[in-house]
Design a protein around this ligand. Structure first.
Ligand code: GLN
Length: 484
């Protein structure tokens, strides 16, 4: 049952092959028996069964939609009314959200069933889910490896077939990188496409909610359900949402795929480069054309991101002071001591590092040299993409320079960890949609991700390319051993 796609589940529910309650029970059992993956912070079994019963009644009445009765999991930074929302942090270990994020609300209204909240790097800062207060998540493909991050719990849960779909958030690659490491399809839409209301902020000008699933088609269905204008988010885009599922079956003949020299340079693992090359040749076989494009400022992506994201984080995280919500230190002498002790106890080392870097970059003496300079670089990076998209419809490359690394391999070296985002974070800096699609395996049997970046608000082209690729390959159907 757990190996079906979302569309197959929807059909089975409609034809009464099984009910949403049966499917939900089955997945809750799987979550329970695979708890060593540590992919969940909270499992919401009772609430899930109630939602499933409601969905079954709706389907019986004949008024269910394509998502009705389909189970999903949410990354633990989406606020969920009445449910613990930790953001992977000790500082929110007791935070029961009084309201739900727009994304959560919309998918609930569409009839989806929430199974639980997934583990993540604290405040979405990380590339391995090792920065969680709740312990690391394991990669179902190899338990000694990380699932990627920061949405690693979501990725591991879907890869292990504990849920057909999961939400994630992507500030610099946190949907695409774990999708790549776990053999999934994952899309980060254009900035402003999906509401950030109720999504705990990391770096507000970069954060974007999105989705991971076994197939691109499944992503398209859920993305359609979660996208669209929201007046509660001032950066939400007030433009109609295209029917993402309608474009999937279009031919890709004549589409032009840009290959940036910078994405195929040294530093990319040999197996990864080879696999991505083979994926590109599938597109060519389907009638697409390739052109070389230049992204001359791409080397500035990492330094630019790692000034701007911490700067915004240092400001966003100022709200966690022990006064309004979350953890508060038990022992303190006065209010200043209360703030300091609460934050010292509540935040982990990576979050503290980012707050310090960010506060430094924003300080009077260094603001021009770091923050303003990084903003200028951000513009140059966006301009590079605009120029490249004059000659192509989508840009392809590897999602990550390597496949999943060993647990503990990079925890002592933050810069090595940051370098994982080398291909992903420029799409966030430029606000562009981007997607990772499973494209094969390396010699160690670990999944490799193909990365596609699109024009602003052109999610449809990415989904179309990804779906056509999946009609002609079967990498996305592979399930890690022991989880089939
Ligand atoms: N790895 C990046 C970071 O640590 C990206 C995280 C994300 O996209 N949330 O900032």
């Amino acid at each position: 049952m757990e190996n079906r796609t979302l569309t197959e589940h929807a059909n089975a529910l409609r034809t009464k092959e099984y009910s949403s309650v049966e499917l939900t029970r089955h997945l809750l059992d799987r979550i329970h028996s695979n708890s060593r993956l540590n992919s969940f912070v909270t499992v919401t079994a009772k609430q899930a069964l109630k939602q499933a019963e409601r969905a079954d009644r709706q389907i019986a009445r004949g008024d269910g939609g394509s998502l009705t009765g389909i189970p999903l999991v949410h990354k633990d930074l989406f606020c969920t009314e009445g449910v613990l929302t930790t953001c992977g942090s000790r500082i929110l270990e007791n935070f029961i959200s009084p309201y739900s994020a727009t994304v959560v609300e919309r998918l609930e209204e569409a009839g989806m069933v929430m199974l639980g909240k997934t583990n993540m790097d604290e405040f979405a800062m990380g590339s391995s889910t090792e920065n969680s207060h709740y312990g690391p998540t394991l990669n179902p493909w190899n338990h000694d490896r990380v699932p990627g991050g920061s949405s690693g719990g979501s990725a591991a849960a879907v890869a292990a077939r504990l849920a057909p779909v999961a939400t994630g958030s992507d500030t610099g690659g946190s949907i695409r990188q774990p999708a790549a490491f776990c053999g999934l399809s994952g899309i980060k839409p254009s900035y402003g496409r999906v509401s950030r209301y109720g999504m705990i902020a990391f770096a507000s000008s970069l954060d974007q909610g999105g989705v991971m699933a076994a197939s691109v088609e499944d992503c398209a269905h859920v993305l359609k359900g979660m996208s669209g204008f929201d007046e509660q988010d001032s950066t939400s885009i007030n433009r109609p949402v295209p029917d993402y599922t309608a474009a999937l079956s279009d031919s890709i003949a004549g589409k032009v795929i840009g290959l940036p020299r910078e994405f195929f340079s040294s530093g990319v693992d040999e197996d990864v480069a080879k696999t991505v090359g083979e994926a590109v040749s599938v597109f060519k076989k389907l009638g697409a054309r390739t052109v070389e494009v230049d992204l001359p400022n791409s080397a500035a992506g990492i330094p630019c991101y790692y000034v701007l994201a911490p700067a915004e984080a240092s400001s966003n995280l100022a709200r966690f002071d022990g006064v309004r919500y979350g953890h508060r230190a038990a022992d303190y002498t006065d209010i200043i001591d209360m703030y300091e002790t609460t934050r010292a106890e509540g935040f982990g080392p990576e979050v503290k590092r980012r707050i310090m870097i960010g506060a430094y970059a924003l300080s009077i003496g260094y603001f021009e040299a770091y923050y303003i300079k990084a903003q200028k670089l951000r513009r140059l990076i966006a301009d590079d993409f605009a120029r490249a998209f004059e000659t192509c419809d989508a840009i392809a490359g590897p999602t990550t320079p390597t496949t999943a690394f060993r647990i503990g391999q990079k925890t002592d070296d933050p810069v090595q960890m940051y370098l994982n985002d080398i291909f992903t974070n420029s799409a966030n800096l430029a606000g562009l949609p981007a997607m990772s699609v499973p494209a094969g395996f390396d010699r160690k049997g670990l999944p490799v991700g193909l990365h596609l970046i699109g024009r602003y608000l052109d999610e449809s082209t990415l989904l179309n390319l990804g779906h056509q690729y999946q009609l002609n390959t079967d990498w996305h159907r592979r399930v890690p051993k022991g989880y089939a």
